[in-house]
Write a protein that binds this ligand. Structure first.
Ligand code: GLN
Length: 281
């Protein structure tokens, strides 16, 4: 079977299963197996696939047909221009979260030796991209999941920033630190119980539920984080939070009630308020 034939068969299969962008998925999976760029497949249309390549491709296409996210199948994703390993123990980093990282970098470029706390680090995407871009940052990354933290540690190694990040298994509700932080950053589980039920199969059946939803109104973690931030942040310390669609005002209210001032929002590419920033009075 040639590259073109296998792409066509796989595209038809994924389309029948109801996978969005079936051709793109078929191409991305095959380019990963052939270790080439997606567009380079077009130069190889007539190339026959080796037996082992066909075997892996069949298996991957079958998995994708059951709605397993492409990133878990190939085992990696790019975030902020950096490579990250992902498994079903961690949320797949989303492009929106790059806006959060960008804002922290923008505000912190001039502050030297800033102490940063990343709450719910997951794959480590936020901490690692900050470590890569803020030369003097000292980062502490907490997560309640041991399994997530071990992936985050691997990712720190892959990106050569393991010395700049301190990983700790901890629950934000009880986490204490000897030193206060200049900055808290978090992309907490913010999907409400109601919305969770309507998410795509890819998320519902494969991504860690506790990384996606608080099983309540979607604002639980903001209440907890804002309360804890009063103890964990220095005076005039800043908080950077990713929020879901239509949550920015509620999160701003929560921050105000917890002594935060100078609150502002940053929009994503779809003009949705995606990041809420505040400063502790
Ligand atoms: N910090 C990770 C991210 O932003 C994980 C967040 C989470 O699991 N809620 O993608």
């Amino acid at each position: 079977m040639t590259v073109l034939e296998s792409l066509q068969l796989s595209t038809d299969f994924l389309e029948k299963k109801g996978i969005e962008s079936p051709r793109l998925n078929a191409e991305l999976l095959l380019s990963e197996i052939l270790k080439c760029k997606r567009l380079d497949l077009y130069l190889k249309f007539d190339q026959p696939l080796k037996e082992n390549e066909v075997g892996i491709y069949r298996e991957w296409i079958a998995r994708r047909g059951k709605f397993e996210p492409l990133q878990y199948i190939i085992g990696n994703v790019e975030f902020y221009g950096l490579p990250f390993k992902v498994t079903p123990d961690v949320l797949i980093p989303r492009p929106e979260t790059e806006i959060l990282v960008e804002e922290v970098i923008k505000r912190c470029k001039d502050i030297n030796a800033s102490k940063i706390l990343d709450i719910g680090t997951g794959s480590g995407n936020i901490s690692i991209s900050l470590a890569k871009n803020l030369s003097d940052a000292e980062i502490t990354s907490i997560d309640i999941s041991d399994k997530a933290l071990s992936i985050a540690q691997e990712n720190a190694l892959i990106n050569g920033v393991e010395e700049k990040i301190h990983f700790i298994t901890a629950d934000v509700k009880t986490y204490m630190s000897n030193n206060q932080f200049d900055i808290i950053v978090s992309n907490p589980p913010y999907v409400s119980k109601e919305e969770y039920a309507n998410l795509q199969n890819e998320i519902l059946n494969y991504e860690p539920m506790t990384a996606v939803t608080d099983s309540n109104d979607g604002l639980d973690f903001y209440r907890t984080i804002a309360g804890r931030a009063k103890i964990l942040l220095k005076k005039n310390g800043k908080i950077f939070l990713e929020v879901g669609k239509d949550q920015s005002k509620y999160v701003a209210d929560i921050l105000e009630k917890n002594d935060f001032i100078n609150i502002y929002f940053v929009k994503d590419y779809q003009q949705i308020d995606r990041v809420v920033v505040g400063e502790l009075k």
